[in-house]
Design a binder for this molecule. Structure first.
Ligand SMILES: *Cc1c(COP(=O)(O)O)cnc(C)c1O
Length: 406
């Protein structure tokens, strides 16, 4: 992989017409270690967030020993790059054949569920393979309510009274049992974990079975840009959320048992940026060579403002507009689909034009893993970059009203 000091160096050297992912292994290692140091338990990286082999390999080297997986494809990629790593199969609804694959071929011994029929599926394979149920830990997934940019508890999770029954039933079979929840992605309210812990405490007291562990899932927020027209919202940072979470786990009496977290976004978001090219400027619209069907689907929902940095093409000799003045541009994607337009504008200098590049920061989470081959566009070019995105010159999408005034 070619190495550059900054994404700008890469853009000017390669003059790419295709989107280029800028991978920052040092940032990935630093963010993973920061999480592991702050969380008082096992860190299981959520592979779906970004399952690129180079990411998993770098995380394994950084000391991540456990991975949260959901499918045979994820079992395989983790096993290939980190053969000694433990896998937690935390998808609550699994195909029978995938359960067999997990238990038989991959030696997975930790699984999640939220329904009694799933217990029956697992038990069938456990009996067929003549495994000791006591060697397997079943995490019962608990429904939670919270405020996250992406609410994920509507789909999975047992209501508290149901979770009590599931715990007791699994315990009676001889499985080790734990409780897990996943509050959603990019949580916006630090109380979210506390509500889930209070609910887990209620379930534990009612179930009255020994708990082998508590898995608090993911949801830890990553840093993004913001709309300079609006007041910057006071978002809790990872430090604040983690301090609260530790105190809440203590208060609700969970700090003595084995703890697991499944961070995704917060570990990998900063590790990648993306260089895109402006294929055409049409008034206030920029048509770029990527979009919601490729690397930018996570921003399509309008929940996230991606920070953007302007990389002007030095070959362009004449420009219109004031280079000091930043304005909003609507960003249209590469495919012929009319929904392929980002819901939030990019804030860029007025002089941006056809042929320029834009570096989009903090796209490591849910971008590479969600890209499609729609319309034949599939970004797959990587370079390595040393300087963190935030360390470069000011990114326009990060600009606040105050800094824009000077
Ligand atoms: C997606 C997912 C995660 C990771 O969530 P982030 O918000 O990216 O940290 C963790 N656990 C489960 C069960 C998930 O589905």
């Amino acid at each position: 992989m070619q190495r550059f000091e900054t994404a700008k160096d890469a853009a000017l050297a390669l003059r790419p017409d295709v989107p280029v992912y800028c991978f920052r292994p040092d940032v990935l290692v630093a963010d993973a270690r920061q999480f592991m140091q702050a969380f008082p338990g096992e860190t299981a990286y959520a592979v779906k967030t970004n399952g690129e082999p180079l990411v998993l390999e770098t995380l394994a080297k950084a000391g991540v020993k456990t991975f949260d997986v959901a499918s045979p494809g994820e079992f395989e990629v983790v096993r290939a790059v980190a053969p000694d790593a433990e896998m937690l199969y935390m998808h609550p609804i699994k195909a029978q054949s995938d359960i067999r694959l997990a238990l038989e071929r991959y030696g997975i011994r930790v699984m999640a569920l939220d329904h009694e029929d799933e217990i029956a599926k697992i038990l069938r394979i456990v009996r067929a393979l003549d495994l000791d149920p006591g060697s397997i830990t079943i995490f019962v997934r608990l429904q939670t309510k919270g405020h996250a940019a992406y609410e994920l508890s509507k789909k999975f999770g047992a209501a508290p009274a149901h979770a009590v029954e599931l715990l007791q039933r699994c315990h009676k079979i001889g499985f080790k049992v734990g409780l897990c929840f996943h509050v959603g992605s990019q949580i916006e309210d630090p109380e979210t974990y506390e509500r889930a812990l209070a609910s887990a405490d209620w379930v534990r007291n009612r179930a009255d079975v020994p708990l082998a562990g508590l898995d608090v899932g993911g949801g830890f927020p990553a840093e993004y840009g913001h709309d300079p027209r609006r007041k910057k919202r006071d978002m809790p940072g990872l430090d604040e959320i983690m301090t609260r979470l530790r105190a809440d786990m203590e208060e609700w009496g969970f700090s003595d048992m084995p703890l697991v977290a499944e961070p995704g976004r917060v570990v990998v978001a900063r590790a990648f940026s993306l260089i895109v090219r402006v294929l055409l400027r049409k008034g206030r619209r920029l048509y770029i060579n990527d979009g919601i069907w490729a690397s930018l689907s996570d921003s399509w929902t309008g929940k996230i403002t991606l920070p953007a940095r302007f990389i002007p093409d030095p070959a362009r000799t004449s420009r219109n507009g004031n280079p000091e003045s930043i304005s909003a541009f609507r960003v249209c994607g590469a495919t012929c689909d009319s929904v392929d337009i980002l819901s939030r504008p990019f804030w860029l200098p007025e002089t941006v034009d056809t042929g320029d590049w834009i570096e989009i920061g903090h796209i490591g989470a849910y971008s590479l893993s969600l890209r499609t081959r729609f319309n034949g566009f599939y970004p797959d070019t990587f370079v390595e970059v040393a300087t963190p995105f935030d360390a470069g010159e000011r990114a326009e999408g990060f600009a606040s009203l105050e800094t824009m005034a000077d």
